[in-house]
Design a protein around this ligand. Sequence first.
Ligand SMILES: NC(=O)c1ccc[n+]([C@@H]2O[C@H](COP(=O)([O-])OP(=O)(O)OC[C@H]3O[C@@H](n4cnc5c(N)ncnc54)[C@H](OP(=O)(O)O)[C@@H]3O)[C@@H](O)[C@H]2O)c1
Length: 278
Amino acid sequence: MTSPTTVPSIRLTGGVPIPQFGFGVFGIEPDRTADAVALALDAGYRHIDTAQMYRNEQGVGAGIKKSGVPREEVFVTTKLANDAQGHDNAITALEGSLRRLGTDYVDLYLIHWPLPAKDRYVKTWQAFDEILKAGKARAIGVSNFSPAHLDRLAGETGAVPSVNQIELHPYLQQAELRRYHEEHGIATEAWSPIAQGEVLGDEVVTRIAAAHGRTAAQVVLRWHLALGHIVFPKSSSPERIRENIDVFGFALSDEDMRALGGLDRGRRTGPDPETFDG
Ligand SMILES: NC(=O)c1ccc[n+]([C@@H]2O[C@H](COP(=O)([O-])OP(=O)(O)OC[C@H]3O[C@@H](n4cnc5c(N)ncnc54)[C@H](OP(=O)(O)O)[C@@H]3O)[C@@H](O)[C@H]2O)c1
């Protein structure tokens, strides 16, 4: 087990600390989620990333209860479903999440996708600001937003998201977007941090893993942490859930970081946010 105290936290704008390492539950069957979450909490995770569209928020809530870890010690993120964008819908949808999660607040509420063709994200963001002020979310942010979408939010509402959760891994390094985040005080969350397993057979990754006596997944996750990204790899396997968080006992050299930095090829595993319409 990894002690939760060895996982560093990052302070979001507004002052809320977020554990830099968490557990993603996309694709975990609703009826298996409670066990997976309880196991992850037992292994030292204190940050769970779910979404309304994953249909497993109820399992997340049940898993936290089952683990015996107090609710306030777990950082819980959920995301607004694409079909619930718009001011009133975003507020009603959060009430549903809170009911399913069995809690009266989330730590972070995200707009899941910008859906530019639908053009509802600015109105949705105004509701998010109200949700923040009402204390139903400790922090608010977005996911899959480009610099143009972020500029528009700030320009039209004055409220800057504390987080942008984006697809990010060695094959898709998103340099321009990460620079934008740094300049605007937005924390970078990396989804599909191991590219759903695609990068694990890369010979650069396996060579570095062998040199450190670590697994390929641990090397890639360590690379993210060194760059300051917040990560939450998903696994349904108890062994891999434990393996993934066991990344705090080694460090990558500058040369390792340079070699991993050279793997960028602009390859997405998921949809392109500019064209994805939900
Ligand atoms: N905001 C968004 O639009 C968005 C989109 C996608 C994902 N996410 C979030 O990001 C989280 C992580 O992304 P993801 O689930 O897409 O991909 P990921 O974490 O990069 O990869 C998960 C895949 O890798 C396998 N895996 C996990 N650990 C492994 C290890 N140590 N060795 C070998 N294989 C391993 C898993 O299989 P097993 O389960 O069999 O171990 C699973 O097939 C999601 O759960 C979700 O919370 C957000």
